[in-house]
Design a protein around this ligand. Structure first.
Ligand code: PSV
Ligand code: MN
Length: 388
């Protein structure tokens, strides 16, 4: 097979999960702008995710956030998803938006609050079982704002205890992903601030506990591909939350701020032969579209991940290995940069046609009239989003 044919074969199998929360209204602490047609409930979010999949062919699942997506009947929600050609992906608990969590959730000094938070995590484990989800994806806003506010080490013990209980309740085949974040909403300590802390907890828990890398959750200048390579080496990378950041956790379109970084991350996936579902890595988007069309933004994001992946697949790895072994610093770097500089859009357009899709999913979306249709149909009610 030619390099292009091999790359296409991998790209055809790639799967990128979109987040339900991308389809609802979101905003900053200054303003949430209501977008015409924004999904008002979990069913509508699934319909939007299905539209993204119909256009791209590589976004067959949608992550849920509970309670934002709480419904009475998760079997019915799963059925709604499959009727629309998608499935329910990772279940994300939310232990950061209730008054009791002012001092944290599972790390809170008050055992009653810890119990409430752990019970919610257990509820999500049950939901994952009903929806047939592959993972429960945990992120904790827990932390402190001032030195001395709480005992740093005791908070780690409380976290470990809650995680062990939840891990013990996972049904077979379901993974626990533990996401880290450097800062925000806490500013002095976060209880899971970095991949080291996440990894320590995952190692203590067992094989099905893995680190989740959200690309927006690092200090500026952090070498994310180094983290990815290190975790892959020991089988502890569970997946990604892809997005872009210019300053903090901006949650902008993946690949918008630094496409070269995305390419370097995807190269580590190619290097580990972990791009397709066989690799067991969850490629998820975690983005908020505060001012742009939400469905179009998710389509664009999926395309951005595809483009970075295609370029990473085109790195001449044999030539690269030779250059590396012979100490050809500039040669090795050129091979890498050449692949990044390749225009892969024609190849991806061709692949889409081979997959029975429109060559340009974004143009197809704009032509489809879907945006106008949902804007007309989704009138009244409240769009879900922050705080709902
Ligand atoms: C936190 O900033 C985060 O990245 C977590 O994944 C949350 O679950 C998600 O954003 C949703 O806002
Ligand atoms: Mn995230």
């Amino acid at each position: 097979m030619s390099d292009i044919a091999t790359a296409k074969a991998v790209l055809r199998q790639q799967q990128i999960e979109t987040p339900s929360w991308a389809y609802g209204n979101t905003g900053t602490r200054f303003k949430v702008f209501a977008h015409p047609g924004a999904a008002r409930n979990a069913f509508e979010k699934i319909e939007d995710a299905a539209m993204v999949h119909r256009l791209t062919g590589v976004a067959p699942s949608v992550a849920l956030h509970i309670p934002w997506d709480r419904v009475d009947d998760y079997v019915a929600l799963g059925k709604h998803a499959s009727e629309h050609g998608v499935r329910i992906g990772a279940i994300n608990p939310n232990v950061f938006q209730e008054d009791e969590y002012r001092l944290g959730s599972v790390c809170n000094p008050d055992p009653a609050v810890r119990r409430k938070a752990t019970d919610h995590l257990l509820e999500c484990v049950e939901i994952a079982q009903v929806t047939g989800s592959p993972a429960v994806s945990l992120w904790f806003a827990d932390g402190t704002n001032y030195p001395g506010q709480d005992d740093i080490r005791a908070r780690q013990d409380r976290l470990a205890e809650a995680l062990a209980e939840v891990y013990g309740a996972l049904s077979a085949g379901v993974e626990m992903l533990l996401e880290y974040k450097l800062f925000e909403p806490s500013f002095y300590t976060m209880d899971v601030p970095d991949w080291g802390t996440s990894l320590l907890h995952c190692l203590a828990l067992g094989d099905r506990a893995k680190v989740l890398v959200d690309t927006g959750h690092h200090a500026p200048g952090t070498n994310i591909e180094f983290i990815v390579a290190s975790l892959m080496r020991v089988g502890k990378l569970g997946g990604f939350h892809f997005n872009s950041r210019f300053y903090a956790d901006d949650d902008l379109l993946v690949g918008a701020a630094d496409p070269y970084q995305l390419f370097r991350i995807m190269f580590e996936m190619v290097r580990a032969d972990a791009v397709t579902p066989r690799g067991g890595i969850a490629f998820m988007l975690d983005q908020c579209h505060n001012i742009e069309d939400k469905v179009a933004a998710e389509v664009r994001s999926v395309m951005n991940v595809q483009e970075a992946t295609a370029k990473a697949l085109l790195v001449d790895r044999e030539a690269l290995a030779e250059a590396q072994a012979s100490g050809d610093v500039l040669g090795a770097n050129s091979i890498f940069v050449d692949a990044f500089s390749t225009d892969v859009r024609p190849m991806l357009a061709e692949l889409r046609v081979e997959m029975g899709l429109e060559p340009d999913p974004l143009a197809a979306y704009l032509r489809s009239g879907y945006g106008e249709q949902i804007a007309k149909a989704r009138v009244g009610g409240t769009a879900t989003g922050w705080g709902s």
